[in-house]
Design a protein around this ligand. Structure first.
Ligand SMILES: NC(=O)c1ccc[n+]([C@@H]2O[C@H](COP(=O)([O-])OP(=O)(O)OC[C@H]3O[C@@H](n4cnc5c(N)ncnc54)[C@H](O)[C@@H]3O)[C@@H](O)[C@H]2O)c1
Ligand SMILES: O=P(O)(O)OC[C@H]1O[C@H](O[C@H]2[C@H](O)[C@@H](O)[C@@H](O)O[C@@H]2CO)[C@H](O)[C@@H](O)[C@@H]1O
Ligand SMILES: [Mn+2]
Length: 440
């Protein structure tokens, strides 16, 4: 089996320890030669990088581990790029959440005006990353997790239309599947989901088990009777528990399919707004929780010189999935994953150039998506509205157009009012002056 050279972009991310741990536990499936951690923030990178050296010395001593802030080192001769950057960091995520909330609309990392603002920041850095990678590693696979993945994937598809080695993926479907598997006490690896939609905007239509039986009806009944909690509820902050609980409401109103949790912001914007605190948002929870714990634990491990007793770097859906996706491509396994691809007729009554999130078999020639066919009016209407928002957002960036930005935000279901959209847009322009193109 070929041994791969990997670069993890956003090497100082809170998710990096878990991904590295997953790499060390999947070496039989995904062989490694060299792992480079790359970040633009030297301090963050050093803490996680020193931890990584200990982890790899203990769990995978044959693999070379390097960390750097030099992109010439990072992108040279790699087979796979795992990309998970956050342009503007948590300081800007906080503004994405708090500015809209202070103006009376939803403030969220990837949905509504927060996702719009984050999107305009991410696109620039993502274009630069793709160009750098292609200069230094023309054949590398770029596996992107950077959010807002819906907008990033659409922008990259428009800007690099001939690229066939960029794949955008989200871990939310796999994480939901793990939670369903717990509800019916079934091995998650034996469940086969069928899914359609846009990223953070989709539905599971069936959940087949190994006998071919669709378990979705049973799952819906269980959730409608007893609610829904994530598989790792003990490790979740309150906002994620509230989010999962909303699945019961969505199923009560729209019982056809099992919804992605992110649909709560589009279906119940007024309720979500009324239960949000503009002074304390998800960013505050992450800073006080995951970020603080991950960095403290990495420092502790470095001080002790061993990672063997560590809990923070445990595997979850995120790390496992990233490595399994890479393994399926590297070794032409053609396993099925839910990924983002250009529609091109997969959902036959949606625009060809939308980036849909659907099942695909994943091998060395990339994703081979499965056809979905026609979707019903309610779902088509919701998706077309959201897709128009995403497309206008990307066009606003590419054409540096204030008018398109205003159209995008006016269309978004979390706003739906042009005067509100203009207020939020103007406030976000001011906050993002350092990151966005000038919108004229
Ligand atoms: N697709 C998914 O389902 C999924 C799941 C989890 C996280 N994410 C995304 O992964 C990313 C990281 O999330 P996080 O919460 O760990 O954030 P984080 O801020 O902890 O980590 C991101 C890191 O990226 C670095 N960075 C910023 N710009 C960079 C650039 N141009 N080049 C290299 N590094 C850069 C930052 O310095 C930071 O250390 C975010 O985009 C997040 O939305 C996606
Ligand atoms: O608010 P955050 O930073 O905790 O999370 C935002 C991300 O949420 C989703 O990711 C889930 C993931 O699916 C699951 O495996 C688990 O690790 O929790 C994460 C949330 O904490 C979402 O899919 C990502 O796109 C978001 O970035
Ligand atoms: Mn996601």
């Amino acid at each position: 089996m070929k041994k791969n050279n990997i670069v993890l972009v956003g090497g100082g991310s809170t998710w990096t320890p878990g991904i590295l741990k997953a790499m060390t536990t999947h070496l039989d499936a995904f062989a490694l030669n060299r792992v480079v951690l790359y970040d633009i923030d030297e301090k963050r990178q050093e803490v996680i990088g020193e931890f990584a050296k200990i982890l790899f010395k203990e769990e995978a001593p044959e693999v070379e581990l390097v960390y750097t802030t030099d992109k010439e080192v990072a992108y040279k001769d790699v087979d796979f790029v795992f990309c998970q950057m956050r342009t503007g960091g948590f300081d800007m995520r906080e503004k994405d959440e708090k500015i809209p909330l202070s103006l009376g609309v939803i403030g969220q990392e990837t949905c509504g005006p927060g996702g719009f603002a984050y999107g305009l920041r991410s696109i620039k850095d993502m274009i630069e990353m793709v160009k750098d990678v292609r200069r230094l590693s023309p054949d590398a696979w770029i596996l992107n997790y950077t959010n807002p993945a819906a907008i990033v994937s659409l922008a990259l598809d428009k800007i690099f239309p001939k690229e066939n080695k960029i794949l955008n993926i989200c871990d939310q479907p796999v994480n939901l599947l793990r939670s369903y598997s717990k509800l019916i006490d079934h091995d998650v690896n034996k469940l086969e989901p069928v899914y359609f939609g846009l990223n953070h905007f989709g539905w599971f239509t069936q959940i087949y088990d190994e006998t071919g039986k669709d378990r979705a009806p049973e799952l819906k009944e269980i959730i409608l009777k007893g609610g829904f909690r994530p598989v790792d509820a003990e490790q979740r902050d309150q906002s994620w528990l509230d989010t999962y609980a909303m699945v019961e409401d969505m199923l009560t109103d729209f019982p056809d399919y099992l919804p992605n949790t992110y649909l709560q912001y589009y279906l119940y914007p007024e309720y979500k707004l009324s239960t949000s605190d503009p002074k304390r948002t998800r960013t505050d929870e992450v800073r006080a929780g995951r970020e603080k714990n991950v960095f403290a634990e990495c420092r502790r491990i470095v001080e002790n010189g061993t990672a063997r007793d560590s809990k923070v770097v445990h595997n979850d859906a995120h790390g496992d999935m990233m490595v399994e996706v890479a393994a399926s491509i590297a070794n032409n396994l053609r396993k099925t994953f839910i990924v983002m691809v250009r529609n091109d007729g997969i959902v036959s009554n949606l625009p060809d150039d939308s980036m849909v999130e659907v099942n695909a078999s994943l091998g060395s020639n990339g994703p081979a998506p499965y056809a979905v066919g026609k979707i019903d009016t309610f779902y088509k209407g919701l998706i077309e509205n959201q897709y128009a928002f995403e497309k206008l957002t990307v066009e606003a960036y590419m054409e540096e157009s204030y008018g398109k930005a205003l159209q995008a935000l006016t269309l978004n279901r979390t706003i739906g009012d042009a005067k509100k959209a203009r207020k939020v847009l103007d406030a976000l322009i001011e906050a993002n002056a350092e990151y966005w193109p000038e919108l004229k």
